[in-house]
Ligand binder design. Structure first.
Ligand code: GDP
Length: 200
């Protein structure tokens, strides 16, 4: 990272591409990438908004874009990659196909992918479909880091945190540190920004 990593988060975030097929994944040779993933409703859009500001991440909420991978570049230094949510019953079949083909392809082939941030709603913990993704990431060998979301909703989030830290310690590709966030209260956002900045 350059001399002024703090400036990264003040820079404009640009929507680069939305990929619904493997061919549409941008051919990014230079920028480091970090990806965000989680169950539908986990708070992924809110977290991206908290990181980069409303105007950018909102794009992923537009109809038809929820089932594609969205790529945002920040200060031409790093690519933030918004992977489609999973586990929402009404779109499960379609989601399944996207996960089976597009996302698997992305995770297996992206050379610049530094880390996947796997979002877990503090009130729900790790569910079966999270576990499927975790197993996949461990199998492919992509480093992932747990991010607890909505911690403002749970007074006893320390218990959940401890469970997930223990779980992470038992998994081959999980980063040991878990980041606790609340997009609503702005908690943990600086820590997440600092982690991403280090990966640039
Ligand atoms: P996504 O489907 O993963 O993109 O989730 P959203 O960002 O759309 O959030 C889903 C719901 O959770 C919305 O009603 C948000 O207002 C709420 N939410 C998201 N983040 C937080 C948070 O940090 N605290 C609380 N209390 N609610 C949140």
């Amino acid at each position: 990272m350059g001399k002024n990593p703090g400036n990264l988060w003040k820079s404009e975030c640009k929507f680069v591409a939305g990929a619904a097929t493997a061919e549409q994944i941008p051919n990014n040779l230079f920028l480091s990438e970090v990806a965000f993933v989680g169950r539908s409703n986990v708070g992924k859009s809110s977290l991206l908004n908290a990181l980069v500001g409303q105007n950018c991440a909102r794009v992923s909420k537009q109809p038809g874009r929820t089932q594609q991978i969205n790529f945002f570049s920040l200060a031409d230094k790093i690519m933030l990659v918004d992977l489609p949510g999973y586990g929402y019953a009404a779109v499960s079949k379609q989601t399944r196909q996207v996960w089976d083909h597009l996302i698997l392809h992305y995770l297996q082939t992206e050379k610049n992918l530094k880390r996947v941030f796997l979002l877990i709603d503090v009130r729900r913990g790790i569910k079966d479909n999270d576990l499927e993704v975790i197993n996949l990431l461990d199998t492919i060998g992509v480093v992932y880091q747990f991010v607890l979301t909505k911690i403002d909703k749970e007074k006893k989030y320390q218990d959940v945190l401890e469970n997930i830290q223990n779980f992470a310690a038992s998994r081959p590709s999980a980063f040991p540190e878990v980041i606790c966030t609340s997009s609503e209260k702005g908690l943990g956002i600086p820590a997440l920004k600092a982690t991403i900045t280090e990966l640039c």
